[in-house]
Design a protein around this ligand. Structure first.
Ligand code: PRX
Length: 692
């Protein structure tokens, strides 16, 4: 019927062929001729749980309240969840200023809850157990399955029971190194169910990186799989995991149990290395467990997960997120930014190994009872039409991906999109790096047929959820701008001295007060947390990003201001790549910078000084790239190795990266002041060696 065809629009009904808020100011919905509920003139925080913000006036009133009374605002929003015990009246406490003492952030003091319970049991108990929660699309076309909320709960309980039987207790860390099988988000939920802290390590990381992360968080148990398919290739994941366990043991940390999922499509059990005693087969072990598992009620500030991310110096940091605030914030951003409606089919292409996969694949969608697609493969396999075929096959309504994927798909031409029926799409999302206007327009015109709002969401591993983002239909978008802050987020633009700039301004992006999913610490190193994030500009959380605020108050992220580069939406510390290069015996010194890359956003450009007497050959370049692949992972492999007999250094020995960036960008005519260089002749010799 017409009614069925047109469910889910601003009127509460869907309009697959129209944009999300097709008629924001109309009380009558023209396409389906049913009355739309009038948006309330004023909305309170609790109405966010049932209706959407329709315009800028409503947003502004609510935003003001969220900033002035964060504790009251978020407590109202939090009412929609199950809390085993409620928070105290004065539940939110914080110190964001290092000068006033240790940095601390606390939300929902006194409350207890369980995130897995809120993601699964809550829906099942409300009679929504038969609703599909996951539609899984394998790497190979035709391999797919779906799972209901009740089935997911059953799986999670059995895995949680296995973890308990293996001796995992509340607060213990569990490492997860898995492909994008449904077992990956289910494993995260199983940990949450028993109060264990998960640490997901992206499957593209090397054995060294996995070992380093397992050692740091003292993971007792590792959950992994026999192998993974990436396009036409199969990868022996378990072999890498085994090497990581040995490296970890050499460093003095023993992983007690390894649970191995047989992903027989990639690597059958017969071809998978197995250490009896330590290793167990997932399918056999988990199916033998009881189907119910009492959730561990944990304090709101109980650690939920660690996720390692790169900074400008040193080893990756274990960013710690806790339970209550993260739950409320992930769920609320999810619902409002994606304009979720009953019956939607949402698809986020991120891997659970990154924060996007945590907040907007594992937790946000399930907290909202969403049906979502989980994709194991790569967007270009077997053809560049793959994503659009999946959209057509499942009637995807919201599609969330990174600009690098958009640029890559755009480079294959429009026909791959046009040949598929993408008319179910109602909203498009972008995350991970600035989206260039050309890619934005292609996304908007070719993929969204000009009818879908684009939510360009700016946020970070540390922020846990969207920070600056459009709310679809509530205010106009501008290609390349993340627009305005979400509720509770107070961004400021600072000058180099830390003064807040007013109005139109360009400078450093910082956040002036805590939001519910603020990172709480760097695992095992609170000092580093304080100095990294709160040291540079006392009183503020330092984001590491530069930004511009325009006359309309919109924020435009201009990229990192520290030595972090963003390659295909993956965050990579230049210092990490440098130390992986220097680990090669032929390399005396290395300096890494980012350069503009047409698909990846930024590419990795490495200047390498060789040991005396070593010949600079093409083979050696390959070996150096190989060193980075094996120490960090393939995604961090340098795109360019530039031989450097010397590096541009100041007289005090500091490398002038600005000069290196200019040479990489072929802009050596714009070097600026180089009078502090110890040896100005270095520049000419580097320019001469470019491309050699
Ligand atoms: O530089 C910003 C960029 O990605 C960084 C955070 O990386 P990560 O912690 O890996 O999280 C990525 C997924 C949230 C930021 O400091 N970034 C993220 N989203 C955007 C962005 N830059 C511009 N626009 C965005 N929408």
């Amino acid at each position: 019927s017409a009614q069925q065809q047109h469910r889910r629009g601003a009127c509460g009904n869907s309009h697959p062929r129209l944009s999300l808020r097709h008629a924001p100011r109309s009380s009558r919905c023209a396409p389906c001729r049913v009355a739309a509920p009038e948006a309330p003139a004023t909305v309170s925080a609790s109405t966010l749980n049932t209706s959407f913000v329709q315009n800028k006036q409503q947003y502004e009133a609510l935003y003001k309240r969220s900033i002035e009374d964060p504790a009251g605002f978020w407590a109202e929003v939090a009412e929609q969840f199950h809390w085993e015990t409620k928070w105290e009246r004065d539940h939110m406490r914080y110190n964001f200023d290092v000068r006033a003492g240790p940095i601390a952030v606390e939300w929902f003091r006194g409350a207890t809850t369980n995130l897995a319970y809120n993601c699964l049991d809550r829906h099942v108990l409300a009679g929504r157990g038969d609703q599909t929660c996951f539609i899984w699309e394998g790497n190979d076309v035709g391999r797919e399955k779906s799972m209901t909320y009740a089935e997911a709960l059953d799986e999670v309980c059995r895995l949680a029971n296995w973890l308990r039987a293996a001796g995992v207790k509340k607060g213990d860390a569990v490492a997860i190194y898995m492909p994008m099988l449904l077992e990956l988000p289910l494993a995260m939920l199983a940990c949450a169910r028993i109060g264990a802290v998960h640490s997901v390590v992206f499957g593209g990381f090397s054995a060294e990186s996995l070992a380093q992360r397992m050692e740091d968080c003292k993971a007792k148990v590792l959950l992994t799989a026999s192998g993974v398919m990436r396009g036409p290739k199969s990868i022996d994941l378990k072999k890498i995991a085994d090497k990581a366990c040995s490296l970890s043991a050499e460093a003095g940390h023993t992983v007690e149990h390894v649970l191995v999922y047989e992903n027989d499509n990639a690597v059958p059990a017969a071809d998978c290395p197995f250490t009896p005693g330590r290793d167990r087969w997932w399918q056999a072990e988990v199916s033998a467990q009881p189907h119910t598992c009492a959730p561990e009620w944990v304090e709101a500030e109980h650690p939920l997960f660690l996720l390692y991310t790169s900074g400008s110096t040193g080893k990756p940091k274990g960013v710690l997120h806790t339970t209550g605030g993260y739950m409320v914030y992930a769920a609320t951003t999810m619902r409002h930014v994606f304009g979720l409606q009953p019956g939607d089919v949402y698809w986020c292409t991120a891997d659970c190994g990154w924060i996007t996969g945590h907040s907007y694949l594992a937790y946000g969608p399930l907290l909202n009872g969403t049906t979502q697609v989980v994709f194991e493969g790569v967007p270009t396999h077997p053809t560049p039409a793959r994503c659009w075929e999946v959209v057509a096959a499942h009637g995807v309504t919201q599609f969330y991906t990174a600009p690098t994927a958009i640029r890559s798909l755009m480079s294959f031409g429009d026909q791959w999109v046009s040949q598929c029926d993408t008319s179910s799409l109602r909203l498009l999302g972008s995350v991970g790096e600035p989206i260039n206007p050309e890619a934005w327009r292609w996304y908007h015109e070719v993929v969204g047929k000009g009818k879908c709002p684009i939510v360009d969401t700016w946020w970070q591993t540390e922020t846990g959820g969207h920070m600056i983002t459009p709310l679809p239909g509530a205010w106009p978008e501008k290609p390349g701008s993340a627009t305005l802050p979400f509720f509770g987020v107070r961004p400021v633009v600072l000058d180099e001295k830390g003064n807040e700039l007013q109005g139109e301004a360009e400078g450093i992006l910082a956040i002036a007060q805590p939001w519910p999913s603020t990172l709480r610490t760097v695992y095992g190193d609170h000092e580093r947390y304080q100095s990294n994030y709160f040291g540079p500009f006392p009183g503020y959380y330092f984001t590491g990003d530069g930004c511009r605020r325009d006359a309309d108050g919109y924020y435009w992220i201009t990229g990192r201001v520290d030595d972090v580069i963003n390659v295909s939406g993956h965050r990579i510390g230049t210092a990490e790549v440098e130390s992986a290069l220097v680990a090669h015996p032929a390399c005396a010194e290395a300096a890494v910078v980012g350069y503009d890359h047409p698909i990846k956003g930024q590419g990795i450009y490495a200047y390498v000084t060789l040991m005396a007497g070593v010949e600079a050959t093409k083979e050696l370049k390959k070996e150096l790239v190989g060193s980075v692949r094996s120490i960090i992972g393939a995604f961090a492999a340098p795109d360019v190795i530039h031989w450097a007999p010397g590096l541009p250094k100041t007289r005090s020995g500091k490398i002038m990266r600005r000069v290196l960036r200019k040479i990489a960008a072929k802009e050596e005519d714009q070097l600026g002041d180089t009078s502090t260089l110890a040896d100005p002749g270095v520049v000419a010799s580097l320019v001469e060696l470019r491309g050699k």
